[in-house]
Design a protein around this ligand. Structure first.
Ligand code: C2E
Ligand code: MG
Ligand code: MG
Ligand code: MG
Length: 287
């Protein structure tokens, strides 16, 4: 197909067109190969869920974990979700991957509870396609039943841009999800174009301040102003705030001083496999 297009382009004698077409076809076949590989990875159990602690900033105690998927490629090593989630979204593979991540996460949270660790929330990321999927609500209900996790410990993270894409549809969907008794968070808050007027319509409990504002919060007065405004907004609306991407002590202190309740970031821990996360829980209990 790539060759045919190239041949046709050559015939036409339009070099630019030729290169452009060849480039597109190359990309298309790369995507196709990647899609096939990801499909196999799903079948062969090459996906793995890592967990990043979410802590109370004042005490550094773990209050939850965000589930973050990785692809353990037999040759290429660990592949980041940013390199395959968009393609999974485009091809629809995200629906089965998302369901798998949700099940693994609920199972793991339940196992830790059964093992006697203090109950904590588990946060799972939703993609746009998943969020709009017709049977999302029954699917979540079924997974909670199957895994035995009580709904109040599950938190679904939905990005601001997904919600703003179709506000009325999003409100309806969030209300349905909320009626399951689960928690809801707006992820990457501040990076989209949210009209603050809509925020009050959403039955959410958490706002997550995007990492891009936390990174330079100490040196960039604009980022400091944005982070502070989000914290104030959340507090005034009775929402919890989680700051993402806290890497340094002074960022932690800044956010704590401004009244941000919770955070996650490399300062506390990177996303880690379940058995390592369990070590953190053990250490925290002082067992
Ligand atoms: P996100 O939901 O905003 O997740 C936070 C990302 O920030 C994670 O990247 C996490 O590893 C990273 N991070 C956390 N703390 C720090 C820090 O202190 N410094 C820096 N530089 N980075 C930090 P990750 O794991 O690569 O995931 C990237 C994105 O991929 C996620 O962004 C989320 O949008 C998506 N994603 C991951 N897992 C899933 C999934 O199961 N389903 C869906 N739909 N999306 C997922
Ligand atoms: Mg997230
Ligand atoms: Mg985020
Ligand atoms: Mg983010």
């Amino acid at each position: 197909c790539a060759d045919a297009a190239m041949f046709k382009a050559k015939e036409l004698g339009r070099d630019n067109y030729r290169f452009y077409t060849a480039g597109l076809n190359e990309r298309a076949s790369e995507l196709l190969a990647l899609e096939g590989a990801l499909r196999q990875a799903v079948d062969k159990n090459h996906l793995v869920v890592y967990f990043q602690p979410q802590v109370e900033l004042a005490s550094r105690r773990i209050i939850g974990a965000e589930a973050l998927v990785r692809w353990q490629h037999p040759e290429n090593g660990m592949i980041s979700p940013v390199d395959f989630i968009p393609m999974a979204e485009e091809t629809g593979l995200i629906v089965s991957i998302g369901e798998w991540v949700l099940r693994q996460s609920c199972l793991q949270a339940r196992q830790w509870q059964v093992a006697g660790y203090p109950p904590m929330r588990i946060s799972v990321n939703m993609s746009a396609r998943q969020f709009r999927q017709k049977d999302l609500v029954p699917m979540v209900r079924r997974i909670l039943q199957e895994t035995g996790l009580s709904p109040e410990y599950l938190d679904l993270e939905i990005t601001e841009s997904i919600l703003m894409n179709d506000v009325d549809g999003a409100v309806e969907r969030l209300v349905e999800l909320h009626s399951l008794g689960i928690q809801l968070s707006i992820d990457d808050f501040g990076t989209g174009y949210s009209s603050l007027a809509y925020l009050k319509k959403f039955p959410i409990q958490y706002l997550k301040i995007d990492r891009s504002f936390v990174r330079d919060v100490i040196i960039d007065p604009n980022d400091a102003a944005i982070a502070t405004a989000v914290i104030d907004l959340a507090r005034n609306m009775n929402l919890n705030v989680i700051a993402e991407g806290i890497e340094q002590q002074d960022q932690h202190q800044f956010l704590l001083d401004r009244g941000c309740g919770y955070g996650q970031g490399y300062l506390f821990s990177r996303p880690i496999p379940a058995h390592e996360f369990e070590q953190l829980l053990v250490r925290q209990q002082g067992v």
